[in-house]
Design a protein around this ligand. Structure first.
Ligand code: GAP
Length: 485
């Protein structure tokens, strides 16, 4: 089989805007409440976006709960007792240092302001400044951070001045009221992470599932953060979805499991077909209030390396806090050690939307197909077949001669197993391009020969090669290609 030669433009900084436009044009992602001019940093997933998102979620869920006998899933509520957030430390500590420009009144997250400035420097100077910033953040030295901003004359992007306020902490949780009487007792928060729903159910699951340490509890669901600097599309949103897993281990074993989950999660990322060089680990210098070790898995997004997933050794902090605040024992009896203890926890936490953006950035390609002086191009999403919103497009060559009926029969045969698409309008070339743009790995054309010999043309998305195969083998071919495990 000879593969066609074509030039590919990989996603880079300039293509981020193209990806955003593509997402809108092809029904992947829309701005929330767009007809009212949108709501900042909130997005809706369209017909293909919601399929892709669901497929990523399912793949993660399966890899955790089906491929690990000692991990089970739950689905906790978004609202939780307000004391949960006091115990977890979010009421007191879940805040970012912020600074306001006095001339524009624009508020910035301090680290983002400095990072933005670093992008304008050469690598050596930039790295030195980031190292200084990390040290000051780790020491909570707000005066030092302000001096750093002033000494480097870092300007507000709107006013262009360096007229800054002092740095203050700003809590990121959204609060609302529950019940009809508006007083403090009814204040509830929209959860800023799904993890706490797992901690408070730790004993429920352990006892009812007769789980033995080490074991994990996984969960996917919405989380909410009042992000101040919410930009870069779905990278930083105010309403987003997390896929988290808390792995409960013996005290003292946490570093072994931390390393295990670092490696296991990286393998998962590589299994998406994304090459190693587009990932890196970033160890945290400033540890969150609950962690004794933490790192991020970063992906090389169109705007540079950024966090997709966090792996955190959270010690026994959360369970001990909930034990103290609730007055209920949250210990585990280890029959091998003949000992009661509060387990330690290693957490893996990945943002579903960020993972979506990663998969999309990797898949998005603008290809120049010009040949023999004829200009041609296409945009293709080279998504892993298992994640593609539509797995198979069935395209009758014409609207007559019984070809649409054969196409419908094929779809009826396949649709219980995977998502299919039927289209009979426009030229085959145009129909292929539309399927390329949404990442459909296989297009099958039903033509007059199909009626004679029961064969069809399969066109492969990435190579654009075509082959003739028996109609009866189409379903199995697709099933094989979308097999995840
Ligand atoms: N339970 C631990 C936790 O929540 P985190 O590092 O704050 O840790 C985990 O968040 C992941 O959630 C991040 O790696 C990121 O993928 C995603 N995430 C966090 N904030 C987000 C936001 N505002 N928008 C989209 N995804 C976000």
């Amino acid at each position: 089989m000879v593969l066609p030669i074509f030039a590919t433009v990989m996603a880079n900084e300039n293509t981020l805007q193209n990806i955003i436009a593509h997402c809108k044009e092809y029904g992947f992602i829309f701005q929330s409440s767009e007809i009212y001019d949108g709501l900042a940093a909130v997005y809706d997933y369209g017909q293909y976006g919601s399929e892709l998102k669901k497929n990523i979620r399912d793949y993660w869920w399966k890899s955790m709960t089906q491929m690990h006998e000692n991990i089970v899933g739950i689905d906790a509520a978004i609202f939780m007792h307000p004391t949960v957030w006091k115990a977890s430390g979010h009421v007191d500590n879940f805040s970012d240092p912020m600074i306001d420009n006095k001339d524009s009144n624009k508020r910035y997250r301090v680290d983002h302001l400095i990072e933005g400035y670093v992008e304008t420097l050469d690598k050596e100077k930039g790295d030195a400044l980031l190292a200084q910033m990390d040290q000051l953040l780790a020491a909570n030295d707000f005066a030092g951070l302000k001096t750093l901003i002033e000494d480097n004359k870092i300007k507000c992007a709107i006013s262009g001045t360096v007229n800054w306020t002092d740095i203050r902490q700003f809590n990121l949780m959204f609060a609302t009221e529950m019940g009809s009487v508006a007083d403090d007792a009814n204040l509830v928060y929209l959860r800023p992470e799904t993890a706490q729903g797992i901690f408070v159910n730790f004993l429920n699951v352990q006892k009812t599932g007769r789980m033995k340490i080490p074991f994990g509890i996984a969960q996917t669901g919405k989380a909410f953060r009042n992000e101040i600097v919410a930009r870069q599309f779905i990278f930083r949103m105010r309403e987003f979805e997390q896929m988290e897993m808390q792995f409960f281990v013996r005290p003292g074993d946490q570093m072994k499991w931390y390393e295990y989950w670092k490696e296991t999660r990286m393998k998962w990322h590589l299994s998406l077909g994304i090459p190693q060089e587009r990932y890196r680990f970033h160890d945290h210098v400033k540890l969150a209030h609950y962690a004794d070790a933490a790192c991020d898995i970063e992906y090389d997004f169109p705007m540079g390396f950024k966090e997709v997933e966090g792996i955190h050794s959270r010690t026994d902090f959360d369970l001990k806090q909930h034990q103290q605040y609730s007055g209920k024992k949250l210990t585990y009896f280890d029959t091998e050690l003949n000992q009661h203890y509060v387990p330690y926890v290693v957490e893996t936490s990945i943002g579903l939307d960020r993972c979506f953006m990663m998969v999309l950035s990797q898949a998005y390609k603008e290809e120049d197909l010009s040949a023999d002086g004829k200009e041609d191009s296409r945009v293709v999403l080279s998504l892993p077949a298992m994640l593609a919103p539509i797995k198979l497009a069935v395209l009758p060559l014409t609207k007559k001669d019984g070809l649409p009926e054969i196409a419908r029969e094929l779809i009826d045969q396949c649709k219980p197993y995977f998502k299919c698409f039927f289209e009979e309008k426009d030229s085959i070339g145009k129909r292929y391009r539309r399927q390329d743009a949404i990442g459909t790995p296989f297009c099958v054309t039903i033509d007059h020969q199909t009626k004679e010999d029961q064969t069809v043309t399969v066109r492969h998305r990435d190579s654009m090669t075509q082959e003739r195969i028996p109609l009866a083998s189409v379903r199995d071919m697709v099933m094989k290609a979308i097999q995840a495990f």
